[in-house]
Design a binder for this molecule. Sequence first.
Ligand code: PL4
Length: 407
Amino acid sequence: MVKRNENLARLPAGYLFPEINRRRRSLLLRNPHAKIVSLGVGDTSRPLTPHVVEAMRKAVLGLGTPEGYSGYGEEAGMLDLRKRIAQRLYRGTVDAEEVFLSDGAKCDCGRWQILFGPRTRIAVQDPAYPVYVDGSVIAGDGGAFEGGRFADIVYMQCKPENGFFPTLDELPPVDLIYFCSPNNPTGAAATREQLEELVAFARARGAIILFDSAYSDFIRDDSLPRSIFEIEDARRSAIEIGSFSKTAGFTGVRLGWSVVPKELAFDDGRPVIDDWKRITTTIFNGASNIAQYGGIAALDDEGVEETRGTVAYYMENARIIKDALDALGIENYGGSNAPYLWARFPGRKSWDVFEEILERAHVVVTPGAGFGPAGEEFIRFSAFGPREDVLEAVERLRRTVALVRLP
Ligand code: PL4
């Protein structure tokens, strides 16, 4: 008999989002006529924009001709797209050769976890996108699961009380720090000073920051950094992962990237970028060429203009949700520079609040505990739904939330 991978055996329960879908299906089995609306998963609902569709249509038609056909490409992606990302999104702070295209930020997280390997000392914001912890555990990190947390993972508590930024000086030694800004799930966006502190901390401790900027296009406040590479010295202490998912609507098309600065090195002086090339050329065969043509279009003037419209639509959804939560007197955060609202239900278990909102209002949300221990008492609202669903959901919340917020 084949032995089960003991790392998988250490994971406590199913992955968060399938579990939410399971509960949603369970409601539908009991009540097949329920009209469920979702403010749950951060999945996009706006259609691809015309300019991007046209570029992808041309790419597909080209692939259907002998002259236009192409097979496997460079694993790192098309140079044209890498250049555009370096120039347009990073304004020259990174080189095109440091940009590696992929099939999405989540998939890159998994490959980074393979690269760093087992027994890496991990620190995560708490709460955090669950892939950081779950993927690290699968890769052999984290130690035993005890009392709702992994013994060897450093959970950097991020709560309203500390402005969603951890007290770094108190942390034990760490190797890899996951940091997401604008943050999923809290909606907090780190200031320049906070990221400077983070980079200085990583430099002093010899740690590497894995900076997830999947939501950078949602930043409205121009004083806030959109990339860790806006911070001096970050090139020697950070990797950044980005995504076309939320801004260009590529959650299904699949396109993301990692930026790996040439200066970033392991303790023996070997460049991290060399190992990243080794990993990606070995267990990845490059992002879809059709998606990459779409990405190139999304980053020219017309594409960027269209994308702004998509982002504005979701941010208007965020405003509608925020106004409703404010009107209901529910303490909430985020929604100004991020497409997520983080609402507090004092004294309540977040899975209980999730169940009650689902059962009474037929609205799917995401329970904060699914993002880590510090997410208890909180509910995440996603602004990625169609406008009519958002309006319907907030109307139903107005009618039912008073019933669920009492301990
Ligand atoms: C549901 C901080 C959503 N099944 O699409 P990708 O792979 O380029 O980006 C995924 C991603 C990366 N980094 C952060 C994210 O929040 C996400 C997407 N998160 C959410 O609701 O939290 C979608 C989740 C999906 C999943 O599990 O990733």
